[in-house]
Write a protein that binds this ligand. Sequence first.
Ligand code: ADP
Ligand code: MG
Length: 278
Amino acid sequence: MPFSNPRGRDGRLPAYDGLRSRAAGSPHSPDDPVSSRDGAAVRCDGLHRRYGGGANAVHALRGVTVAFAPGTFTAVMGPSGSGKTTLLHCVAGMDRPTSGTVWWDRTEVSRLRERRLARLRRAEVGFVFQSFNLMPAMTVEQNVTLPGRLAGRPPGRTAVHEALRQVGLGGRERHRPGQLSGGQQQRVAIARALVSHPRVLFADEPTGALDRRTGVEILSLLRAGVDEQGQTCVMVTHDAVAAGYADRVVVLADGVIVDDLDRPSAAAVSDRLSRLGG
Ligand code: ADP
Ligand code: MG
């Protein structure tokens, strides 16, 4: 398939709801010592993550500092084992760094206690996995509402139908995941992530289990969330074509950032990765 780049960076559509204005940080005063630092939607400073200890310790992240601006789409790439998933989990508040800080807008999430973090995460962040992570015995609608129900704040019917319509699955509410194709299942997972209107969407190889055509549909959805709703998206991918949907490519190797490319060509991305052996 030829490398295509449907970014639509010019002529963005206007924001349809509060996402963009929230992302722009409207409540912040210009004197605010924290928000005036860089206005990033998500940022981490000096992130280290070590698994285990002693001779068996694995240093998955070895000092990662990176910021993601509101309304941008970043691809995180790098060889297998370079720390991409660990970084995504740490910045999404699903894992605790060994040291270093993580910020969502003005809030230092790495300091928060578990309950507060969980509550904030459900409100601010969506996460999409390579393997969809749907509950097979539940209907599409039940899957989309599950996180909210677990949090004691189930999304309304209208919100669920709107999220499913947004991903092109209107009318599939009562299907079960097993009755859907892989691409449709990933779209359910995206609807589940989007139903709470998170400011930031993290996706870990969301097209890794899909064929190219279906993958393109998913990437277009992620791109549309950024362009049309001002969402911030951070996506791990192995695929230079997938990275072509992003505004920026951050390259990890051995737990550190080794490159940060602004709208690189697919050829430049492939070349950079092949030199890393990834
Ligand atoms: P990537 O997503 O780039 O493939 P990961 O973040 O999954 O990389 O892993 C980075 C490194 O950390 C690897 O060496 C991996 O084996 C190790 N690792 C990841 N998760 C764990 C864990 N739960 N326990 C021990 N080591 C881990
Ligand atoms: Mg990974």
